[in-house]
Design a protein around this ligand. Structure first.
Ligand code: ASP
Length: 449
């Protein structure tokens, strides 16, 4: 069986419901369906979830929330009517409205109504049983999902009732009240249910045909990554690629269940498969990701490399100030520490002072406005030419890199350039690498396209 999760854009209006229905009914193994709340119909439109958060804030500040509420009601009623469903949604809406009028509504209850009502409508439309997430996903007192209890519930309900539609994004707290997950939480609901039901696959239906090889704001229609391993995905996501929520990946990764990203608006497109399998890519390249606004401190001390524990002591200074270290490119008697510029801003002076006074660091060179670009490759351990290609592209672009580091697992190559050169470098790398067969330069290593 498969767990299929449909995001807000897939559920934005009645026409999207029709596409979702045909996707579900085309494959009976898609038997647990998780939905987000009605999303944006156009770029300028609002997500129902955002409107619900706003209503809660208005209520709190005594602002008239009724126009927003009416917009929400109209949207749900329109879906129900156009699809000729019989669900008496007005009664549910009235119940919620009464709670709002009594000002007795918790944010978690109110905001979760988006998913709740969307799932009710879809369940009737596809003829599957609706199950309130409150009866299925349980949180413990620490705010973590109680997997044992949740597992018992989902297995029993699934066996008894057959195919289900479940609202994503919330569950029940230990006293049985609605509890929201973080934004984008429907992905987590889907992942948890896939894990606990030991699904063959977790399908994540959205409005793009998969994970792109580079940021579409920089590259015009980048290619889609057909297969990516969890480890490569983590590299891409960490360096800023917009992929699934980390917490939505972990449960399925742990259970060895693949994720398939699919496009509701183009169901025939292959999409991206995320699994534990490391597949060697054409040209050795999985994708390019990156982020701006880092700061690098280069610490220099004579004979640093002979001093046992120096790196540990230096790292402790950053840790004591609560600064997370992103990268540590090192030389012989110098070491670079790359951190988020924003995170260190208030403490830079103090940290530099401590490094000099307590650790005897002689010089601290600071590079600001640094962007990091990660060239993520699959298992390219034996592939010759990837780093050479990256460097020759930088050379052609006449751009110098202040950082060049290859992760120990050889999954990525990270380069540091100036913030203002970031887009140029990403474009240059993409154009120079995506259509070029680096494997030709390797000795006997073939791509498995
Ligand atoms: N509707 C929620 C949000 O917008 C949850 C989700 O879509 O996954 O964050």
């Amino acid at each position: 069986m498969k767990v299929a999760k449909f995001g807000g854009s897939s559920m934005a209006h009645e026409e999207q419901f029709k596409k979702v229905k045909s996707i579900i009914l085309a494959a009976p193994e898609r038997s647990v369906i998780v939905v987000s709340a009605l999303g944006k119909r156009t770029k300028e439109d609002d997500k129902v979830t955002d409107l619900l958060y706003l209503i809660h804030a208005y209520l709190h500040h005594g602002v008239d929330w009724t126009p927003l509420w009416e917009r929400i009601c109209e949207r749900f009623i329109q879906v129900r009517d156009v699809l000729s469903l019989t669900f008496p949604i007005e009664d549910e809406l009235l119940e919620i409205q009464k709670k709002l009028q009594r000002e007795k509504v918790s944010q978690d209850f109110l905001v979760s109504r988006g998913e709740y009502l969307t799932a009710k409508l879809l369940a009737e439309y596809v003829g599957y049983t609706f199950i309130d997430a409150k009866e299925l996903i349980f949180f413990d007192y620490t705010g973590e999902i109680d997997e044992e209890r949740t597992k018992q519930a989902i297995i029993t309900i699934y066996q008894e009732k057959g195919p289900l539609v479940v609202p994503g994004f919330y569950g029940a707290n230990p006293v049985g009240k609605e509890k929201l997950m973080g934004r984008g939480g429907s992905d987590i609901t889907g992942a948890i249910l896939a894990k606990l039901l030991n699904a063959d696959c977790y399908e994540n239906w959205t409005d793009v045909s998969g994970i792109m090889m580079a940021d579409p704001r920089i590259i015009d229609t980048p290619k889609i990554i057909k297969e990516i391993s969890f480890r490569e995905l983590r590299e891409m996501a960490y360096m800023g690629a917009n992929v699934l929520h980390e917490s939505a990946i972990f449960p399925v990764q742990e259970a060895g269940i693949p994720i398939q990203i699919k496009n509701t608006n183009d169901p025939e497109a292959q999409g991206t498969r995320i699994s534990s399998k490391e597949v060697e890519k054409e040209n050795g390249l999985t994708g390019i990701a990156g982020k701006k606004d880092f700061l690098s401190l280069t610490l220099f001390k004579r004979h640093m490399s002979d001093e046992i524990g120096f790196i540990w002591k230096a790292m402790s200074v950053f840790a004591n100030h609560g600064i997370s270290i992103e990268h540590i490119p090192s030389g012989i008697d110098n070491i670079g520490v790359v951190v988020s510029a924003e995170a260190i801003a208030d403490q830079l002076f103090l940290i530099t002072k401590e490094l000099k006074e307590n650790l005897g660091v002689e010089e601290v060179e600071i590079i600001e406005n640094l962007a990091l670009i990660s060239v993520v490759g699959g298992p390219h351990k034996e592939l010759i030419g990837l780093s050479g290609k990256v460097l020759s592209i930088l050379n052609q672009l006449e751009i110098r890199t202040s950082i060049l580091s290859q992760g120990a697992q050889e999954l990525n190559l990270i380069i540091g350039v100036k913030n203002e050169e970031y887009e140029t470098v990403v474009k240059g790398l993409y154009e120079g690498m995506v259509n070029v067969d680096v494997s030709k330069t390797s000795h006997g290593v073939t791509s498995n396209s």
